[in-house]
Write a protein that binds this ligand. Structure first.
Ligand code: GLU
Length: 421
């Protein structure tokens, strides 16, 4: 039952109501272009073999090669991979990257595997999908529980299959293997640039010591927290997959991160004030000025949306809010800065990495940061203005913005849509 995918497509239908888009375009975007499933047979350290289900979906390539991460998570399934690929299609269009959307996944708990097993699994993924991915076809990247090392193994395996170094087949690689400076913190930095760009409109800012709660403390949320904290925002709550901590007097995200590295958890993290421990779901309901869900999808649902008190939600995770929850949040006048805008910094610097790989010419970090800002701000601006002009929510405005770009690419391909009406 493709439930997540069905609710993702509701966003498309909602956006289509606001513009005059040819039905052919909507028909094209209703299903993925192609999906490949594989069974990865991996030799474990004890000599046995174990199989892992794996997928890669190329959702739509109207605007260019498909682009999107590979997720390693025990609950990954085809429905989720298709949905994530759908979201990537709209995210790449929002960010104005010359890409369509794709996504991959392996049903595995990587924490249960040794580094050598993880390497064999990642190389098996590259082998199984070597004809499906490619530098001009479909370009993977990191996602939940995959990192630069995994990207390096896949780049290496793919290169040996095609017989020459092919760094542009995947992004998010280690720097010595052709990774870009600034890819590591790009998702968090993109969210940070987005917030800072519209903070006056949102009524928040460092001078007000606006309070931020983050669900998740992985790569994206840690960097967003660190950048906001350095500018004077007050981080008052964070969580990981097991627990959450909250301190209305403020937390130092760097000290919390170091504590988590040492103890593998958040409990007992350093704090100058009144630290309390909560569950992950309780954290979402705490009082704050900005709530940043940065973990997995379906965290804000019709079950808990009523209890959310934050006036602003910035979605650093993909799909943290269900459409039913969206309706409740809109009614409560909560501004949701949607995932396809707020977390597009990662794929934007992935694009920079791919450009650098193709050119064989590498940029200094300052150039990556300034180009990232240059890519993000005009889209935030346009989406914010469109939302204000039309009196619609920001997610619908972002989908309309993306749909316009995809529709004009469909038209430029000379399909029937171009000639109609
Ligand atoms: N997994 C990230 C996302 O959901 C990055 C994708 C990429 O860099 O291609 O946006």
């Amino acid at each position: 039952m493709a439930r997540l995918f069905d609710s993702a497509r509701e966003r498309l239908d909602a956006a289509a109501k606001h513009i005059d888009v040819h039905p052919d375009v909507l028909e094209k975007l209703r299903y993925p272009k192609e999906t490949l499933a594989a069974n990865l047979l991996v030799r474990m350290d004890d000599g046995s073999r174990r199989s892992f289900k794996a997928w890669r979906c190329r959702y739509d390539d109207t605007r260019g090669p498909t682009k999107g991460g590979i997720r390693y998570h025990p609950n990954v399934n085809l429905d989720e991979v298709m949905t994530l690929a759908f979201w990537m299609t709209f995210k790449c269009a929002v960010a104005n990257l010359p890409y369509g959307g794709g996504k991959g996944g392996v049903a595995v708990d990587p924490k249960q595997l040794s580094p050598a097993e993880l390497e064999r699994l990642s190389r098996a993924y590259a082998q199984a999908f070597s004809n499906f991915i490619g530098p001009d076809r479909d370009i993977p990247a990191p996602d939940v529980y995959t990192n630069a090392m995994v990207m390096g193994w896949i780049a290496d395996e793919y290169s040996s299959i095609v017989g020459h170094p092919s760094p542009a087949v995947i992004t998010g690689k280690p720097i010595p293997l052709g990774g870009s400076l600034g890819r590591g913190d790009a998702t968090g930095r993109g969210a940070y640039y987005t917030i800072r760009y519209i903070e006056k409109d949102l009524g928040v800012g460092p001078e007000k010591k606006s309070r931020v709660v983050l669900q998740g403390f992985g790569n994206a949320s840690y960097h967003a927290a660190e950048l906001l904290h350095n500018d004077g925002y007050k981080i008052i709550g964070v969580s990981d997959s097991r627990s959450a901590i909250y301190d209305p007097d403020g937390l130092d995200p760097i000290a919390v991160f170091e504590h988590k590295q040492k103890t593998r958890g958040l409990a007992g993290a350093p704090s100058a004030g009144k630290l309390t421990e909560l569950s992950n779901s309780e954290l979402l309901e705490q009082e704050c000025d900005i709530l940043i869900p940065a973990a997995l999808e379906n965290q804000i649902t019709d079950e808990n949306a009523d209890r959310i008190v934050a006036p602003i939600i910035v979605e650093v995770a993909n799909g943290p809010t269900t459409p039913e929850a969206d309706a409740i949040l809109n009614k409560k006048n909560i501004t949701v800065v949607p995932d396809i805008l707020a977390n597009a910094g990662g794929v934007t610097v992935s694009y920079f990495e791919w450009v650098q790989n193709k050119a064989g010419f590498y940029w200094p970090i300052e150039e990556v940061h300034s180009k990232l800002r240059t890519f993000i701000e005009p889209n935030v601006d346009e989406i914010w203005r469109f939302k204000q002009d039309r009196g619609i929510d920001m997610r619908t405005a972002a989908y309309v913005h993306a749909l316009n770009r995809i529709a004009s690419a469909v038209a430029a391909h000379g399909t029937k849509a171009f000639f109609a009406s």
